[in-house]
Design a protein around this ligand. Sequence first.
Ligand SMILES: [Zn+2]
Length: 138
Amino acid sequence: MNNEKRYTQVIEKLRAVGLRPTRQRIALAGLLFDGTDKHVCAEDLHRDVINADSPVSLATVYNTLHQFTDAGLLREIVISAGRSYFDTNVSDHHHFYFETDGGLEDINSDEVVVTQLPTPPKGQKISRVDVVVRVSED
Ligand SMILES: [Zn+2]
């Protein structure tokens, strides 16, 4: 896809969810939504956007990732405190987490069957069940 068409698509994608297409949002969305599903962490995306000659601070990368998540463009996968991935595939699915190298791989939603869930705390409802299967080399 040519750059101009992609640029237009990115702007439309942002507008469709009510986000103003600022320079930083366009730069980050252009890297994230390039047509292939990916799991990114803020640090890697920050490095990529700097390499793409778009100076955006790490704090802005974090804020933008959370804005995109709130708008439904991304799903956040929390691995542990301070370690999150952002998934461009927002459909229902689960993940393998490779403890050795910290990578993530998709698991189809129909490969995991949850047979019992606890009653949610009073006043709460279950909005989604994310399964992270942690694997390490044996
Ligand atoms: Zn995924």
